[in-house]
Ligand binder design. Structure first.
Ligand code: SF4
Length: 350
């Protein structure tokens, strides 16, 4: 029980409550993760500073929404609020101008293209692809990520031809969640076939699983892990539902120990993938404990790490480094080992 005792010595975690059995299980499995580098990502979507790390403070990887704040699906956990802080770019020429401006003024190196979806959880990006193509021609180093929403083989190929580097989507493993939370009449199989279509391209695929998506309960997460285990996606991003986006009283906050168990399950089922903790998760002490579990479970990266995460990495003996980029894309790196795809800002279903 060394880890449980050692956690008490970390100042940022002195009021934290950990599940002793879960910590012991993580410690037991730790030798398999000892050499895994932890990447602490501090993307530039928002100002960030912890007691241990600082952001680079430049708008080098912003998110754009092609529908501004609009979304036809209005999922219960989001109600389109995830789109609010994104830069609106409702016409291709607006996207083009804003990207070029930010390259000049803010050292933009890449961006996430997102938007609200239609009632079938699809986003109509086609008219933006010529702009992406031209931007990629003019700035070959530019990295472009996209929230794919649900798509098919033709849609996936269109994204690839436009030069999109990273395709991101949420994988939902329970029909009830699709129906009730998303108000969407499509089967789990459509999420799997979207993964299959994207995996048939050369894009990096960055699937996300939102832990607690079913009103804060654990329901389809393990099935979602099973789906992903059937495809070679290289990376998986886990995020935790943030109930404060939802109507009051509709969601509970998942227990940190339930979240930690999914981390461990993901690590066990996907031993050869990059498994990363993305931006979205409840704040405060919940986040500190969640991030500590992520490090102890052997996840490969954490976006906007909470205070104490670096100390937990030290405690476990895992090496770590900091990256000023969307955890989806390690800007400026091209080696196979750095071809890691995960999410940018959070868990748009889209
Ligand atoms: S998760 Fe995506 S599809 Fe659902 S409401 Fe939010 S923006 Fe719309």
């Amino acid at each position: 029980m060394a880890w449980l005792e050692n956690l008490k010595d970390i100042e940022e975690l002195e009021d934290a409550e950990f599940d002793p059995g879960l910590v012991a299980e993580m410690e037991r499995l730790a030798p398999g993760n000892a050499q895994r580098m932890v990447r602490f990502s501090t993307p530039t979507f928002k100002e960030y500073e912890s007691s241990e790390l600082q952001s680079c403070g430049k708008n080098s990887f912003p998110a754009f929404s092609i529908t501004a704040g609009g979304c036809a699906l209005m999922c219960d956990h989001c109600e389109a609020k995830i789109l609010e802080p994104m830069i609106p770019a409702v016409k291709p020429e607006i996207l083009d101008r804003k990207v070029r401006d930010l390259i000049e003024t803010e050292n933009l190196q890449g961006f996430l293209l997102s938007g609200g979806s239609n009632k079938r959880n699809e986003i109509r990006y086609s008219r933006f692809y010529p702009v992406i193509e031209q931007l990629k021609r003019d700035y070959p180093g530019l990295r472009v990520a996209i929230h794919t929403a649900l798509t098919d083989e033709a849609g996936a190929r269109e994204m690839e031809s436009a030069g999109v580097d990273v395709a991101m989507l949420d994988i939902i493993g329970a029909e009830e969640t699709i129906r009730e939370v998303y108000h969407l009449d499509r089967p789990v199989d459509d999420f799997e076939s979207t993964v299959a279509a994207l995996c048939a391209t050369s894009m990096q695929i960055s699937p996300h699983i939102v832990i607690g998506l079913h009103y804060g309960r654990i329901l389809g997460e393990e099935n979602a892990l099973d789906i992903l285990s059937r495809y070679d996606t290289k990376a998986l991003v886990l995020v935790v539902i943030m109930p404060f986006y939802a109507k009051p009283g509709t969601f509970v906050t998942p227990d940190t120990s339930d979240v930690g168990r999914i981390f461990l399950e993901a690590r066990k089922r996907l031993p050869d993938r990059q498994v990363l903790l993305g931006c979205a998760r409840p704040p405060g002490m919940h986040k500190r404990v969640t991030d500590a579990y992520a490090v102890m479970a052997g996840l490969d990266g954490i976006a906007f790490p909470a205070d104490g995460a670096v100390a937990v990495a030290d405690m476990t003996g895992r090496p770590f480094h900091q990256a000023h980029a969307c955890c989806s894309i390690k800007l400026g790196e091209t080696s196979a080992s750095s071809g890691i795809a995960t999410l940018a800002r959070s868990s748009c279903a889209a």
